[in-house]
Design a protein around this ligand. Structure first.
Ligand SMILES: Cc1ncc(COP(=O)(O)O)c(C=O)c1O
Length: 396
């Protein structure tokens, strides 16, 4: 009798495209941290500071407005789109009026997956440099496409010849992330020019994730490839307020993309989000009105924390190699060990009460660990790094 066998109740599990998608590591590590009283997390890539007061106040005022509770334009509310256009022109050298469209999304991750869906058909290839940002690799697979991984050089910078060799008939885009998650590498203007030119030559898109654009240290400078002459025809530039403005929970990101993709992007936005949350957009417009000056003092603090992290790691040389990390708030270290990085991460949490992320999450084999130092005050990072140095010293 149908239904009498419990196995026939409900839907029979079948393979789906999600089987090919890695399980996000941050919730797993987060659960271990919560289960370990007193553990310090150098795991998640968030900043420790709040949004500008003006943004919170603007959102508070917006709550009383009837329009906040209604649907609005798919691409974003006019006041935010205007602020974004002004910011892109002033800071990124991108003229949004020249062949481009701007769309606000619920975070930069959503902009990336929108872009994947807009530019591909199932089975197409997207080139990412390894170590990659894991949500990019996941989004490519969720879009039924194939991530083609190309290793970076020793300093985690892109290898142009290898990228060129990886382009096939099925390639639709090359992705760059600079300043980089997970490595902290800041690509040079020449490198980004070369990638952008390669994409143009081969008739593919350059997807440029600039979520950490404000987070550079020392002489490193951020460069937006979307500002290059002719780039508007094939460059999709992605941005986020999560890091710069302490906005992670408000979920606001945006992209500037070639106007020929407008119909596709609008279909996706209309189906997935309809419109970005209005209260968040009002807050974002107010944050952009305050401007990047808001995060400058926090960046100074972060620069000091970074010095501390690097000096602590230096004590582990030569068993731990730390390539130059001039941006974002990450270091991606190579540990000279045959141990499995997940095992090392687990022991660091359990035995030494400090959490980092294992390298395989970022698509590299070998004992690599990512250290994130944006989320904590200097004294806490110092304590966490002390535990990490002691822990690695014991484990290795
Ligand atoms: C490279 C990169 N892009 C995008 C994002 C996602 O940002 P959002 O919170 O805007 O979705 C992150 C978050 O860690 C990131 O590291």
């Amino acid at each position: 009798m149908p239904g009498s066998n419990p196995q026939h109740l409900g839907v029979l599990p079948r393979p789906t495209r999600m089987d090919a998608v890695q399980t996000p590591i941050i919730p797993t590590i987060g659960a271990m941290v919560r289960a370990t009283p007193g553990a310090i997390s150098l795991g998640q890539g968030v900043v420790h500071y709040p949004p500008p007061r003006e943004a919170i106040e603007a959102a508070g005022r917006a709550l009383a407005e009837p329009t906040t509770s209604q649907y609005n334009a798919a691409a974003g509310i006019p006041q935010l789109l205007e602020r974004i256009a002004a910011k892109l022109a002033a800071e990124n050298g991108i003229d949004a009026k020249r062949g481009l469209k701007v769309m606000v999304t619920a975070g930069g991750n959503m902009a990336f997956i929108h872009a994947m869906q807009a530019i591909t058909s199932p089975g197409d290839e997207i080139i990412v440099s390894t170590p990659y940002y894991f949500n990019h690799e996941m989004a490519i697979r969720i879009a039924d496409c194939v991530p083609v991984c190309v290793a970076t050089d020793e300093a985690y910078h892109p290898r142009l010849d290898a990228l060129r060799a990886a382009v096939t008939e099925r390639t639709r885009a090359i992705v760059t992330v600079t300043p980089n998650n997970p490595t902290g590498a800041v690509y040079t203007q020449e490198e980004l020019r070369a990638v952008n030119a390669l994409c143009r030559e081969r008739g593919i898109y350059h997807v440029s994730d600039e979520a950490y654009e404000y987070f550079t240290y020392g002489a490193a400078r951020h460069f937006s490839p979307g500002s290059l002459p002719g780039a508007e025809a094939h460059t999709i530039s992605l941005y986020s307020l999560s890091k710069a403005y302490g906005f992670a929970g408000w979920r606001v990101g945006y992209m500037a993309y070639p106007e020929h993709l407008e119909a596709a992007m609008t279909k996706i936005q209309d189906t997935v989000l309809i419109c970005p949350p209005i209260a968040s957009q009002v807050a974002a417009a107010a944050a952009l009105a305050v401007g990047r000056g808001y995060c400058e003092p926090y960046l100074k603090e972060l620069a000091e924390v970074r010095e501390l992290v690097l000096s602590q790691l230096a004590t582990l040389a030569p068993r731990v190699r730390v390539p130059l990390a001039e941006g974002a708030f990450y270091c991606f270290v190579k540990v000279d060990s045959a141990l499995d990085p997940m095992g090392v991460a687990e022991r660091l949490i359990r035995e030494h009460k400090v959490a980092v992320l294992p390298g395989m999450t970022f698509g590299v084999e070998g004992c690599y660990l990512r250290i994130a130092y944006g989320a904590l005050k200097k004294a806490t990072v110092a304590e966490g790094m002390g535990r990490l140095v002691k822990g690695l010293g014991e484990i290795l």
